[in-house]
Design a protein around this ligand. Structure first.
Ligand SMILES: Cc1ncc(COP(=O)(O)O)c(C=O)c1O
Length: 366
């Protein structure tokens, strides 16, 4: 689109803005599995949708632009994206992983990739000495969320990237919670950025999607090879839904963050809340209540706020990590990182903050 757009304009217009052929301002959904060739060796550039699809390509180019990256890739879910990044490694390789992370990622490594010979060590990602101490001769990567989920601890991406570079590790950041609106890990030295686009990027709790960005030619080549060979690609329609969600990312994040800050203040002062965890940015926060009975009461009594897994949509969701998102993590590790049976996580949406606070106050009051 010529001039480099500011972020608020970029999300609305995406990589190409409109459809060149027709002028459609909403990128068409190219619902075609295959593409006709004009003659032998004369393709339009599109052969078969597992390899390339114009709607998916628009999303891939858009997330690449948003992340200041050369390459973007779209997958059928966030886990498909993380699986693809993990496939860059082979049996005997060791990966250092943040100990506070989405339970599904933990399960992927401990219940699937362990059987393929991938070794792992879990570290407190805010402790640089612990990271350095975990590095072995066969260490190949460091994979982490920041802020962490659900304890909202913030990692120093620049320093971790430096440690990774000095030790020949590929650094992979799961940027699901902040999105490129709040943080662009590749500009801070990370090699790969992964997303559950199911969350803030798509933003409407209506589709599953995953994304990866990178600036590294060799990594991009390998990711493309895995993507087209394994086939966990995002469908044209889901690609379009994510593109549509991205158009409002900036205003949704802005509103949700304002709401989250107001709720943080409210929870800090509530007599039945003992701890509140918030990174100071974004729309996810966690809190502990006084006793387990109160956990049951809150989950039953919230009305406007839905008791449901996931995060990053327009609707405010409350989650019970020990039973839902983080159930795959063994209890001792969960307790070590602070994910106990008194902890609740809120994904703050874009409703009116007064209504959200009213709903929470009613549910929390005994
Ligand atoms: C931080 C984070 N990464 C990855 C995932 C997995 O994404 P998906 O559910 O789209 O497969 C999740 C899902 O909750 C998540 O919260």
């Amino acid at each position: 689109m010529g001039k480099k757009l500011k972020f608020n304009s970029l999300v609305v217009h995406g990589a190409s803005g409109y459809d060149e052929r027709t002028g459609a301002v909403s990128i068409p959904i190219y619902q075609s599995a295959t593409f006709r060739h004009r003659a032998l060796y004369d393709s339009t550039g599109y052969d078969y949708s597992r390899l390339q699809n114009p709607t998916r390509e628009e999303l891939e180019n858009t997330i690449a632009r948003m992340d200041c990256a050369k390459y973007g890739f779209a997958f059928s879910s966030g886990m498909a994206a993380i699986t693809t990044a993990a496939k860059l490694f082979k049996s005997g390789d060791h990966i250092i992983i943040s100990d506070d992370l989405y339970g599904g990622t933990y399960r992927l490594f401990e219940e699937i990739y362990k059987n393929y010979g991938i070794q792992t060590t879990y570290v407190d990602i805010t402790n640089l000495d612990e990271i350095k101490g975990a590095i072995r001769e066969n260490s190949k990567a460091i994979l982490y969320e920041t802020p962490t989920n659900p304890m909202l601890k913030v990692a120093d991406i620049s320093k971790i990237s430096e440690i990774a570079r000095e030790n020949n590790l590929i650094s992979i950041v799961d940027n699901t919670l902040y999105t490129p609106y709040l943080q662009k890990p590749l500009t801070m030295g990370a090699d790969i950025c992964v997303y559950s686009a199911t969350k803030f990027l798509a933003g409407h709790n209506d589709t599953l999607a995953g994304l990866i960005t990178t600036n590294d030619d060799e990594i991009a080549h390998n990711l493309k090879l895995i993507q087209k060979s394994e086939g966990a690609v995002l469908s044209p329609f889901d690609s379009w839904l994510v593109l549509r969600g991205i158009k409002t990312l900036a205003i949704r994040m802005e509103r949700a963050e304002k709401n989250a800050k107001a709720i943080y203040k409210f929870l800090k002062n509530h007599k039945n809340v003992t701890d509140v965890f918030y990174s100071g940015k974004g729309a996810i926060l966690s809190f502990r209540v006084k006793n387990v009975e109160l956990v049951h009461k809150v989950l039953k009594d919230v009305k406007l706020i839905y008791f449901a897994e996931s995060l990053g949509g327009c609707e405010t969701l409350i989650t019970y990590p020990t039973v839902q998102t983080h159930n795959a993590i063994p209890e001792d590790l969960r307790n070590k990182i602070g994910v106990n049976d008194l902890l609740l996580r809120l994904s703050v949406g874009i409703e009116d903050k007064a209504d959200l606070i009213y709903d929470l106050d009613r549910a929390l009051t005994t």
